[in-house]
Write a protein that binds this ligand. Structure first.
Ligand SMILES: Nc1nc2c(ncn2[C@@H]2O[C@H](COP(=O)(O)OP(=O)(O)O)[C@@H](O)[C@H]2O)c(=O)[nH]1
Ligand SMILES: [Mg+2]
Length: 573
């Protein structure tokens, strides 16, 4: 399915054309029918000559209902741009075209409507008028088809032009991140809350758990419909109605988004590009009451121009927008900016940064992932995906980082370890990031759980008592003769382990841990001190303190008279 929106001045025949093409009157409301005026969005679908499915979002042309037009045109693949041959180009023709440009719509066909009411000469003039106005826009060179909704003239040719549009527009990209900006919410009799929208970014499936933003309201998709039929799942680029369980329709509104939980950064502050319309007759500064149209919603925003004070008509710049609520946004999302005081469209652009880290005075946003990483130094792969929508290979561990940030961290670790001296630092004091770079720090070594300067000569490393203790690891000889101060230092440096008055070589604990692992592999329910004694050949005098040491290190845990696996138990060899 391809979704297109109508666009064009009020009364130029948009709704009549949709009715003529689809057989469905898009003016849904009694008031619309009575006044002959589209107020809110209308929806209809049809099958084109090729068999392709096409959905229409019919928008109001009247300037008073521009917000409804804006709610409908996000996520569409193209437009049917309607100009009445009787009237030619009008103010809302212009404004709708600007808005479609700002929203990044790239495909369109032009329908010259009410062709039955004009002679050939007038028709030709109208065609030339329209062609002039679309120069330099995505509609330049677009097919232009005279039609009459009344007599049916040109409708078949228009259908063929729409087939070409569908072929050129291709399918909407599936990036595995579904987002359904709701443009309608209602309570359906007997089935509860229903929201509709144009699905972008990825698939939604029946029974899926979702979150509704803003508010992160949890809900479940009870059923999905597209083009009037129930489906199990639906990909991007379709008109979709979801029936949502466990949420009240009163809690939802146009502008809300249905997304997968925890996959998005919900942000109320973004940096964005801003193209100022050249039709504007004044500069744009932070002064003014601005309204931003993002997704299917409309939000009063505070705005600050980045890099300069003002932006002139026709210029491109960047702004920081402060939203009143948090939305699930990504770089590349389009928005339109209007000033409510003057009731005029100022311009629009795309979101560049959904979580700016630099102060506005220093921010220079763009779409590059490299900038996002550089400004943060370190970003986890998961966070970077939420920030940019892109999956990036980690540089180190689970981190994406820069050469500079790695160099800084290496230098800081070198300094910390150097300051600690020969005894070094406990590895436990190093966080995830530190550990990821440790093997790049050439001047330190990790040894027996300590991070020490590589060149530090440890005067205790070759202490003769260590040779004695190593002689029989699990039944160490008594070392009563040693100087107390030296022994204390050997213990402090981790070379000797003291437990219950017995001194062991540090390697004895590793040997004991391996024995425990082996025992537990054979008898997962646990082992007794006696089991351990038999396995090591050490008497109870040694077995007890060794097992106590294993308990203290979390290698084993005591349960009654048994030792069971602790969190730090090594794999059995
Ligand atoms: N004669 C003639 N009248 C048309 C045609 N298309 C629309 N109209 C009339 O123009 C008026 C406005 O049409 P509508 O579809 O509501 O315009 P919209 O505001 O652009 O949706 C209605 O009275 C229609 O009957 C057409 O092709 N030929
Ligand atoms: Mg209409």
């Amino acid at each position: 399915m391809t979704v297109v929106a109508t666009a064009g001045h009020v009364d130029h025949g948009k709704s009549s054309l949709v009715l003529a093409l689809t057989g469905t009157d898009p003016d849904r409301f009694e008031e619309e029918k009575r006044r002959g005026l589209t107020i809110d969005l209308g929806f209809a679908h049809t099958e084109l000559p090729s068999g392709a499915a096409l959905s229409f979002i019919d928008v109001p042309g009247h300037v008073r209902f521009l917000r409804n037009m804006l709610a409908g045109v996000g996520g569409v693949s193209g437009c049917v741009f309607v100009v009445a041959a009787t009237e030619g180009w009008k103010p809302q023709s212009e404004e709708h075209l600007r808005i479609l440009e700002l929203l990044g719509v790239r495909h369109g066909v032009i329908a010259l409507t009410k062709a039955d009411l004009v002679d050939d000469e007038l028709l030709e003039l109208a065609a030339m008028d329209v062609a002039d106005h679309v120069v330099g826009t995505f509609l330049e060179g677009a097919p232009m088809q005279p039609v009459s909704a009344t007599t049916g003239t040109g409708l078949n040719d228009l259908r063929c032009a729409l087939d070409d549009l569908v072929a050129h527009a291709g399918s909407v990209e599936d990036v595995g991140r579904p987002r359904l900006w709701l443009d309608r919410v209602f309570a359906a009799k007997g089935s509860g809350t229903v929201g509709t929208g144009t699905l972008v970014g990825g698939r939604l499936v029946h029974d899926q758990q979702v979150a509704i933003e803003p508010g992160s309201i949890p809900a479940r998709i009870r059923s999905i419909q597209t083009a009037g039929a129930s489906v199990e799942g639906i990909g991007p680029g379709h008109r979709v109605a979801v029936n949502l369980a466990s949420v009240e329709h009163r809690d939802l509104a146009r502008g809300h988004a249905v997304v997968e939980p925890d996959r998005w950064i919900i942000t109320d502050r973004v940096d964005a590009s801003l193209r100022v319309l050249d039709s504007l007759d004044h500069d744009v500064s932070r002064r003014g009451a601005f309204v931003a149209y993002i997704g299917s919603g409309e939000y009063p925003v505070r705005m600050r121009v980045l890099g300069s004070e003002t932006l002139a008509p026709g210029s491109d710049g960047a702004v920081r927008l402060h939203l009143p609520v948090g939305l699930p946004l990504l770089p590349g999302d389009r928005y339109v900016l209007r000033e409510s005081g003057r009731d005029e469209t100022v311009g629009g652009g795309e979101v560049l940064d959904i979580a700016p880290v630099l102060r506005a005075a220093r921010a220079a946003p763009d779409r590059s992932i490299e900038r996002v990483v550089r400004e943060r130094g370190w970003v986890s792969v998961d966070e970077l995906e939420r920030l940019t929508g892109e999956t990036v290979e980690p540089t180190l561990g689970s981190w994406v980082t820069t050469a500079d940030a790695v160099a800084d961290l290496v230098a800081s670790i070198e300094q910390r370890v150097a300051e600690a001296g020969a005894a070094g630092l406990d590895l436990a004091a190093f966080d995830d990031r530190d550990r990821a770079v440790l093997d790049r720090v050439e001047t330190v070594v990790v040894d027996a759980g300590r991070v020490r300067p590589a060149d530090a000569i440890d005067p205790f490393e070759n202490h003769p008592v260590l040779d004695e203790l190593r002689g029989d690891l699990l039944r160490p000889p008594s070392i009563a003769g040693i100087d107390r101060g030296e022994l204390r230092e050997l213990v402090r440096r981790g070379h000797v382990i003291e437990r219950d008055g017995i001194h062991f070589h540090a390697d004895a604990i590793d040997a004991a841990a391996r024995t425990a692992a082996r025992l537990l592999a054979d008898q997962p329910a646990g082992f007794t001190v006696a089991d351990f004694r038999d396995a090591t050949g050490a008497s109870r005098k040694y077995a007890l303190p060794l097992v106590a040491e294993l308990d203290a290190r979390g290698i084993t845990r005591r349960r009654d008279d048994m030792r069971i696996a602790g969190p730090r138990l090594p794999e059995p060899a």
